[in-house]
Design a protein around this ligand. Structure first.
Ligand code: NDP
Length: 554
């Protein structure tokens, strides 16, 4: 076998697929079977390249003067395609692209514009042998991509920005109906003043501050996150269990929690307001951080899209990690607090001495889910949200509004829609929950332990596939059954949460339906991400483990 020409860690020039342009890349590895090199570009993009698409760094010249920069340093000049250029003309990028495409011999002025546009989009270094004539063609491709981003991503983001809050509102209004069937859709809108309650805003603010104080307490262990693109590993204080205990003590102090049931809409509005303000803050601060601190997925240059998707990966105020805090604390613990408040409201409304069986099951099941999450808080550090997604409206709204105000709909529903459950039904549902929980916990812990220490002797019995990035993929154990065993366990648990609410209405099944859509979408998002990262090794994994979530079904 001929020797490998480029070694792991070498800095070379890699050709951008479909063009004659070369960028500085670092070699991550070589797959002898496919004869492909895995390389990483400065903006974090990983691709597999053939040897002929790689050249040594000597023999290259930078195309333009001092302004020529790597993709990783272009932020200060990046702009959305819809924004006009500030210099000599007010044409949009689309118009610039059109001009570039239609004119065959660029004048010097337009050449400057061309350079601007190319730099805005990719800022390549050009091979000494590459002809300048490819630039308009390349620009066309790049601009079409940018315009597509502008037209397709942005309306999507607008849609979700409006739809998500509207959906929460719909659920809250619908669950308040005596008969919340779909035939009674849409529920009547209350007057505007019914949404607002200053006291509710005060309570939500206090709750978040209280959680923040518990979070910064110097108790609990400090865990390291996964390596970032820069190689740095952030530290996180994982003291969620102490946090939960403090809340339980507070709840025990005879606080009248029925306020939560009677002011649910106002509390949700207050949380929504806070999530919007937080997202604005996150987006504004993300404009001032370095490129390497941005999330790859939320870095399109389109303001609305990036605001929605999350621009900065790990926004922190000193050691206070905003994303980690919001993911794990106010919303998640708030979810249990609200459920508990619903149990008290049910007893009051139905004149019961103890909550109903259905309410107890929903409360206990979801409490177990949250306590487990807090107990294994470290495991969140290897999840997609923490590793890949930027912190923007999508997660801020999800953490502060969606989780506490829609995941509690089952408990809310049971307050005024009692469902009697026989003992055998209770036992069957409990067994289902235990099965789901077992699959969920075991699979998540297995991957977490493997990612933290791939040579852990306790995992030595597991088969793995080596990837060109240096990381391996589990191909036996839970991750050899399906590609997302953790989603399977989670879905079984979701079923166990919905069953206590009976079959009279679709509304309490909302979580189950939403969760199927969420996890199927999340699975395909993860599939594309892993295919990009691991290339042929991922294909091999998919050939070996054929089903995504449910064995022999999907
Ligand atoms: P995963 O925890 O499944 O993380 C996916 C990542 O795991 C991949 O990107 C890859 O990252 C790694 N991976 C994938 N396959 C393998 C393999 N064979 N061997 C080793 N590593 C592998 O996804 P999520 O973050 O989406 O989910 C985490 C948990 O959170 C799940 O249990 C999910 O059900 C739950 N969840 C719950 C939600 C809720 O609202 N209740 C919402 C979302 C998730 P890499 O290789 O880079 O390490």
């Amino acid at each position: 076998m001929p020797p490998v020409k480029y070694q792991r860690g070498d800095t070379v020039m890699g050709r951008w697929p479909g063009s004659s342009l070369y960028y500085e890349v670092k070699v991550l590895g070589f797959d002898a079977k496919s004869q492909l090199y895995t390389v990483i570009y400065k903006d974090g993009t990983e691709l597999e390249l053939k040897e002929q698409d790689i050249k040594s760094a000597s023999g290259f010249q930078t195309r333009s003067r001092s302004r020529s920069r790597s993709p990783g340093r272009r932020r200060s000049r990046s702009r959305s395609p819809g924004r006009t250029t500030r210099r000599s003309s007010s044409r949009t990028a689309a118009a610039v692209a059109a001009a570039a495409i239609t004119d065959s011999a660029p004048s010097s002025r337009r050449d400057t514009k061309l350079k601007d546009t190319v730099e805005v989009t990719l800022s390549p270094l050009v091979s000494a042998t590459a002809s300048l004539s490819v630039i308009p063609v390349l620009m066309k491709k790049l601009e079409i991509t940018m315009i597509a981003l502008y037209f397709f991503l942005s309306p999507g983001a607008y849609f979700w920005l409006l739809f998500l809050p509207a959906w929460v509102l719909f659920l809250i209004l619908q669950v308040n109906l005596v008969d919340p069937s779909l035939v009674n859709f849409p529920p009547p809108l209350p007057p505007l003043e019914a949404f607002w309650d200053a006291q509710a805003l005060g309570f939500v603010t206090l709750w978040i501050l209280f959680q923040a104080v518990l979070y910064v307490l110097p108790v609990g262990k400090v865990s390291e996150g996964m390596p970032l693109r820069s190689g740095e590993r952030l530290k996180y204080r994982t003291n969620g269990e102490a946090d939960a205990v403090a809340v339980a003590v507070m709840v025990h102090q005879d606080v009248d929690l029925t306020y939560i049931h009677s002011h649910f809409l106002q509390l949700a509005t207050a949380s929504f307001l806070i999530s919007v303000l937080l997202s604005i803050y996150l987006y504004v601060r993300s404009r001032y951080v370095g490129q390497e601190q941005l999330a790859l997925g939320g870095n399109s240059g389109n303001v609305i899209y990036d605001f929605f998707k999350g621009h900065e990966l790990n926004p922190r105020i000193q050691d206070f990690d905003l994303k980690f805090f919001c993911e794990m604390r106010p919303g998640l613990i708030g979810w249990c607090l609200i459920n508990f408040a619903m149990a008290i409201a049910e007893m009051k409304q139905q004149g019961l001495d103890t909550p109903s069986n259905s309410m107890i099951l929903v409360n206990l099941f979801q409490l177990l889910y949250v306590v487990d999450g807090l107990w294994n808080e470290e495991a969140i550090l290897t999840t997609m949200d923490l590793m890949h997604d930027g912190f923007g409206f999508m997660l801020a709204f999800g953490d502060l509004v969606w989780v506490p105000f829609t995941y509690t709909i089952q408990a809310y529903y049971l307050v005024s829609h009692p469902i009697p459950l026989s003992l055998p039904a209770v036992i069957a549902i409990v067994i289902l929950k235990i099965i789901g929980f077992y699959i969920f916990r075991k699979s998540n812990s297995e991957k977490n332990a493997f990612r933290r220490n791939p040579s852990d002797p306790k995992l030595s019995y597991l088969k793995t596939i080596h990837t060109a990035t240096g990381k391996s993929l589990l191909v036996s154990g839970w991750w050899g059954v399906v590609r997302h065993p953790n989603y399977l366990g989670d879905l079984i648990m979701a079923l166990a949460w919905s069953l206590p609410c009976g079959f009279s209405h679709l509304l309490p099944w909302y979580y189950m339906i939403f969760f199927i859509i969420l996890l199927v979408h999340r699975d395909s998002r993860d599939m594309s991400e892993c295919r990009r990262k691991y290339g042929s090794a991922w294909e091999e994994y998919c050939r070996t483990v054929r089903y995504r979530i449910i064995p022999h079904v999907y």
